[in-house]
Design a protein around this ligand. Structure first.
Ligand SMILES: Nc1ncnc2c1ncn2[C@@H]1O[C@H](COP(=O)(O)OP(=O)(O)OP(=O)(O)O)[C@@H](O)[C@H]1O
Ligand SMILES: [Mg+2]
Length: 331
């Protein structure tokens, strides 16, 4: 059954203009609708009909983008002085290891010879201060105007967590959070850093769209686990960035597999090769796989990331290979 035939069937249930994307991933068909409320009874019937015809698992995603004006028209970009290339690390879903990847990737880019800075823009769960060991330390300013970044293992970094109290319920949204992030990005003394890695907030809401419009990204790295549900969100993330004209550099599969420390056997806890297949299906580069590993978690939680702590380990070398792939892409 081809795509046109599938679309024709969908149109019997929901208006064609509300169907935003149709993707086939392995044995799964993911259909995203925009600006329309789900009718569960209709959805069930649609899923049944499509399942009978395609024998694939059917996922229907309903997202409303009505209030947000996604536009690729000239929106003024933030002026981040001295920075030549900006790499966003993003995920459609929280908890997939986006921050762990951002930190270790920044350190690997440094080990590959780049002058690197890191901006923690995750307004929902800023974790870079913990991962780099400066949690709870206040930011300083030499001139009363510019923030001085923290320096760890050769890279400079700042976190939105320094501007918002951890225990304050995060009622900041949209414009307010974007304003604080703009200040952080544009008023930090980045020194001689040339490449800025940004740990993005997870998801595809207003704040992510605003950031993708305002920041002059060289490209975005998407982090996903091999799991179906994370991949569906990764697809949403890729679609959002592309709609705002932001380039996708590729996909990293995190928690790809687990090597048992006792017997050495490889276990694919979250499935096999999901992110790689998604990358191929979507015509994106697969940047590499990082295993689920105790040392990654321990070093991350202790403020001594694995790439800094143990740069010769096979896992650090995997991060380095990803960094080198990215450098080849962005020059
Ligand atoms: N490859 C890995 N192996 C083992 N543990 C990992 C790995 N990647 C991440 N973790 C651990 O999983 C937890 C979540 O990771 P992390 O905070 O990087 O995810 P995130 O996507 O940034 O989450 P959030 O959406 O909450 O910001 C952390 O405790 C981290 O140490
Ligand atoms: Mg995080």
């Amino acid at each position: 059954m081809n795509e046109a035939e599938i679309k024709e069937i969908i149109a019997h249930y929901y208006p064609a203009e509300n169907m935003f994307s149709l993707k086939q991933l392995g044995n799964r068909l993911i259909i995203e609708f925009r600006d329309i409320a789900e009718n569960t009874e209709k959805s069930e019937r649609l899923k049944n009909e499509l399942f009978k015809l395609t024998n694939k698992k059917i996922n229907l995603i309903f997202s409303s983008e009505k209030t947000v004006n996604i536009s690729t028209q000239a929106i003024e970009k933030w002026q981040i002085s001295g920075i030549k290339q900006i790499i966003g690390v993003a995920s459609g879903k929280g908890g997939v290891g986006k921050s762990t990847t951002a930190v270790n990737l920044a350190l690997a880019l440094f080990n590959a010879g780049k002058k690197v800075a890191l901006l923690d823009a995750d307004i929902y769960g800023p974790s870079i201060p913990t991962m780099l060991g400066y949690e709870g330390m206040p930011m300083s300013s030499a001139d009363g105007v510019h923030f001085e970044p923290f320096k760890s293992y050769g890279i400079s970094s700042v976190s939105i967590g320094s501007l918002i109290d951890r225990d304050t319920p995060l009622i900041w949204r949209g414009v307010k959070a974007a304003g604080a992030l703009e200040q952080l990005a544009c008023q930090t003394n980045w020194g001689d850093a040339e490449v800025l890695v940004i740990d993005m907030p997870p998801g595809t809401g207003d704040i992510q769209i605003t950031l993708s419009q305002r920041i002059d990204f060289t490209g975005i790295v998407i982090v996903s686990t091999p799991q179906d549900i994370a991949l569906i969100d990764a697809v949403k993330g890729i679609n959002m960035f592309e709609k705002t004209g932001t380039k996708i550099l590729g996909i990293i599969e995190n928690m790809s597999y687990f090597i048992c420390p006792h017997c050495g056997e490889k276990a694919e806890i979250f499935g096999h090769n999901g992110a790689k297949e998604t990358a191929e299906k979507m015509g994106k580069t697969f940047l590499g796989a990082i295993p689920l590993d105790l040392e990654i978690r321990q070093t991350g939680d202790n403020g001594t990331p694995i790439v800094a702590e143990n740069p010769d380990s096979p896992i650090s070398q995997a991060y380095l290979a990803i960094a080198e792939k990215i450098i080849r892409k962005i020059g």
